[in-house]
Design a protein around this ligand. Structure first.
Ligand code: FES
Ligand SMILES: [Fe+2]
Length: 425
């Protein structure tokens, strides 16, 4: 494989980082298998024996709830000949049966029925044919993460400074529930083009120009307009370590009323008048309904955007699925959740397509013209990026500090040999 250290230089990244299949394969091993990755939210499997099948780093997994705070993750690969054992997207079951030759497994992974077992002779050891489980599964306030690396640092350590922002994101006046439905985009791009963009406060007035213009023409301005001169605002981007970052939009979004800055949604007027007549702090309730005011990026695959959750699901070096989930408040009335849903539909429908078009366009440019070798990530690089509280680095919102920082982590993970003795699965 190419010399990784030469591909990441101050303020620039070599194109092959986005186009080389060997590098992609190493990422799946060193980053998606040996590091912590987001799996799903506890509310997606609320009852004991609930399960969901997901794909992380190209590997099909089954996430099972075994108890109140007990989760098990099985590699969805039959120990017999390799077929996918569970082919339902979700359900509730104590067992899984492989459709190919009918082997049955408990949801702990243990094999308990092998049809025609006698044919294997006396030495056959059923126990050695259990489904394989991920060695590390931990949850942080509802977010379930996993790692194939027995000796990975604790999840708390991995999240590090991002915990403070995750806690603030969760401070929404109730428990979060992730909606059952999801918007999925299959995008012809490397997964990192999506991660780059999640911390990019520079592109908004250009890429999302039509959305901002429509808001201005029809509704006299509002949401996201403050990105027009982002560096003159009090917004900041923070590099949190371990590849995580946040663009904190709250200083602008909540400067006046986040609620008033939103584009109109069906049902908005009656919702607002109800909240104003029944809630003790109506402004807070209304503001909370429209978003958390931050883009919080947990490396490598979890992006919290407003009240939504995005999950990055790489399929190959130039193909990625992006899953968008809306979040609801568990105990809140349907009206509040309906308005949360309307707001959370707004950007994926009208804005994400702008981003996806750019991701595919970048991929085409990077793949088709190898003589142009470098991708620039030097914006605001010469500004002082003070190591303040807990070594959190900060810079102006259009800075590319997010990419520079996560590529430092990327380089470290890609050059560390994962200890194969500890890499259990
Ligand atoms: S591959 Fe699963 S039972 Fe044969
Ligand atoms: Fe965007």
């Amino acid at each position: 494989m190419k010399n990784i250290n030469k591909l990441i230089q101050p303020g620039r990244v070599h194109r092959s980082v986005y186009t080389d299949s060997e590098i992609y394969d190493a990422e799946m091993e060193n980053i998606f298998r040996a590091n912590w990755v987001f799996l799903l939210h506890e509310s997606q499997i609320p009852n004991v024996n609930d399960f969901q099948t997901i794909r992380v780093g190209g590997r099909p997994l089954i996430v099972v709830r075994k108890g109140d705070d007990d989760f098990q993750v099985l590699l969805n690969r039959c120990p017999h000949r390799g077929a996918k054992v569970c082919r339902n997207s979700s359900g509730n079951s104590k067992t899984f049966t492989c459709p190919y030759h009918g082997w049955k497994f408990k949801n702990s992974g243990k094999a308990f029925v092998i049809p025609g077992q006698d044919a294997y002779g006396d030495c056959f050891d059923k126990d050695s044919f259990s489904m394989t489980a991920l060695p590390r599964v931990e949850s942080y306030r509802g977010f379930i993460f996993g790692s194939g690396n027995e000796s990975a640092v604790s999840l708390e350590e991995h999240l590090g400074n991002a915990r403070k922002y995750l806690d603030e994101w969760l401070n929404q006046g109730g428990d979060i529930r992730v909606s059952n439905s999801v918007q999925r985009y299959e995008i012809h791009c490397n997964w990192k083009l999506i991660f780059d963009n999640a911390g990019d406060g520079y592109h908004v007035p250009f890429s999302h120009q039509s959305l901002i213009q429509m808001t201005t023409l029809r509704h006299g301005g509002g949401d996201m307009q403050y990105f027009g001169s982002a560096d003159e605002t009090e917004m900041k981007v923070y590099s949190l370590g371990n590849g995580h970052s946040v663009i904190d939009q709250r200083p602008e979004m909540y400067k006046t009323s986040a609620w008033n800055q939103q584009r109109p949604q069906p049902g908005r007027e009656s919702f607002e008048s109800n909240v104003r007549s029944h809630h003790s702090e109506p402004e807070k309730t209304l503001d909370m309904a429209v978003g958390a005011g931050m883009n919080l990026n947990i490396f490598p695959n979890l992006l919290l955007i407003g009240n939504q959750i995005q999950v990055i699901d790489p399929l190959s070096v130039n193909k990625t699925v992006l899953h968008w989930y809306a979040t609801l408040l568990d105990d809140e009335d349907e009206e509040l959740n309906a308005i949360r849903m309307r707001t959370q539909e707004d950007f994926p429908i009208m804005g994400e397509v702008d981003d996806a078009a750019n991701f595919e366009s970048c991929q085409e440019g990077l793949e088709s013209m190898p003589e142009i070798e470098w991708v620039d990530i030097s914006r605001h690089m010469n500004d002082a990026e003070g190591a303040g509280y807990d070594n959190i680095l900060t810079n102006k919102p259009t800075s590319e500090i997010h990419s520079r920082s996560y590529f430092d982590t990327w380089k470290r993970l890609m050059t560390e040999e994962p200890d194969s003795e500890n890499l259990e699965v």
